[in-house]
Design a protein around this ligand. Structure first.
Ligand SMILES: [Zn+2]
Length: 444
């Protein structure tokens, strides 16, 4: 749960905006706009930083592994919970690894958190594919406890700055949830850390540093090591840009893995997946996803690796241009899933429609992945909700027929049974996950 008004679904490209107010043109009202920008910024983190891209890649790896079970043969039974693999590990293990790195979202929100001791960075081992993998585990002593500092906390403290910068663009407005009302942990953890290391800098500088750090594979550790190096300094992004970038580069070389090595490894896998004839629609949507990464990368690196983030903090006009180029693809609103409201038949609005169609296919795959990895009845019930089905109203299946013996509210994956063609994005995913040819058996 997010304490902000809205929330973002990681690797699914969807902002839940049900609690935001919209005007008659379908645009978010100004008093909620910074809260919306906060969630949009999570989407930018997802597609433009290596940590976000890694989460998507690892999820996709799981999906492809799962299809080796769910799509092989016909008339077989897919057991939920799924069996373990040859290492006796679960099928969703790559994404699970990533989640450990991220830290649990619902872990803790702490009002009035204070750092009471030096943050620690220790190597931590996780077993996967029968081998031990190491990542840096960061912990921060706060109040009477020690708290894990994972990727989620870093993404939140960065989105906090994005929201705060956006608030500064709109003067004379009373915001519904002012950014400063958010709890200290994780949102204001950046401020607490800059203070702890006695680094004097402005909002723009904090935003820039936390954004750049997210583009390194061991982001939370790189952030802490960077702050240690800068201890007691007074820095200002515009004047000290060179020094900040070179220190970051240095820290990254010493404590993280090179991004290029990851891109090379992913490139091979993406290439295989894009050539896989058996998942046509997913393949198309992956092409879209990769083009979004490509666009973000182009915007990001145009005038140095800080271009995208820097343009965000160069005033409301620059921010609006950035939004038009990379709008959030899916907006959840009171049980419905909407695309972007961008006026007219402009290239922007056509592109937004394209984003919507493709993101919906990916999201549906995500729903079915979540369903298949369920380990409890409660989880399964939550994961079987179709994102498009709204209490009997579905924009795709207006001819819903109870005589078919299933209900999209309870077992949406049955939508592919006895159908020759995909009826909706969810059924595209159900089809590509092999649920048309094999039965699901739930033993929870
Ligand atoms: Zn957030």
């Amino acid at each position: 749960m997010e304490l902000n008004l809205a929330s973002y679904e990681v690797s699914s490209f969807a902002v839940d905006a049900s609690r935001l107010q919209f005007d008659e043109n379908g645009k978010v009202k100004v008093e909620d706009f910074p809260a919306f920008v906060h969630e949009w910024w999570h989407y930018i983190q997802d597609i433009s930083t290596i940590t976000g891209q890694n989460g998507f890649y690892l999820w996709l790896r799981d999906i492809i592994r799962m299809t080796s079970i769910t799509c092989s043969g016909e008339g077989k039974t897919i057991e939920i919970p799924m069996p373990t693999d040859k290492y006796e590990e679960v099928y969703n293990k790559y994404r699970r690894l990533y989640n450990i790195f991220c830290g649990l979202k619902e872990d803790v929100y702490i009002k009035n958190a204070a750092i009471v001791g030096e943050p620690t960075i220790e190597p931590n081992g996780i077993k996967i594919d029968g081998e031990e993998r190491t990542f840096a585990k960061c912990e921060i002593p706060m109040n009477d406890d020690t708290h894990y500092f994972g990727l989620i906390a870093l993404q939140e403290l960065n989105a906090f700055y994005a929201q705060k910068i956006c608030e500064s663009y709109v003067s004379g407005v009373k915001f519904n949830v002012p950014v400063d009302n958010l709890p200290e942990f994780p949102y204001k953890l950046g401020d607490l850390l800059f203070d702890y290391y006695e680094i004097e800098c402005n909002l723009q500088t904090k935003f820039m540093i936390s954004t750049l750090v997210l583009d390194t594979l061991q982001a939370p550790a790189v952030f802490l090591f960077f702050l240690q190096r800068m201890r007691g300094c007074k820095i200002e992004y515009v004047h000290d840009r060179k020094k900040i970038l070179s220190t970051l580069e240095d820290v990254m070389k010493q404590y993280s893995y090179p991004n290029e090595a990851a891109y090379t490894e992913w490139g091979k896998d993406y290439n295989n997946w894009l050539n896989d004839e058996s998942h046509q629609m997913l393949r198309e949507s992956l092409k879209w996803y990769l083009s979004m990464i490509g666009l973000a990368d182009k915007l990001m690196t145009e005038h140095g690796k800080d271009t995208l983030a820097f343009s965000f903090c160069c005033g409301p006009d620059a921010m609006n241009v950035l939004y038009k180029l990379l709008p959030v693809p899916l907006i959840k609103y009171n049980g419905q899933v909407l695309g972007q409201t961008i006026d007219g038949e402009t290239p922007f609005s056509l592109a937004a429609q394209h984003d919507f169609d493709n993101a919906l296919v990916i999201w549906s795959h995500r729903r079915i992945y979540d369903l298949l990895r369920s380990t409890t009845r409660k989880e399964m019930e939550e994961n079987s909700i179709c994102p498009l089905y709204n209490g009997g109203e579905c924009p795709y299946l207006d001819r819903y027929d109870a005589s078919k013996g299933y209900d999209c509210r309870l077992s949406p994956w049955m939508v592919v049974k006895g159908e020759k063609q995909a009826l909706c994005p969810y059924s595209v995913a159900a089809h590509s996950m092999g649920l048309w040819q094999n039965e699901v058996s739930i033993n929870l």
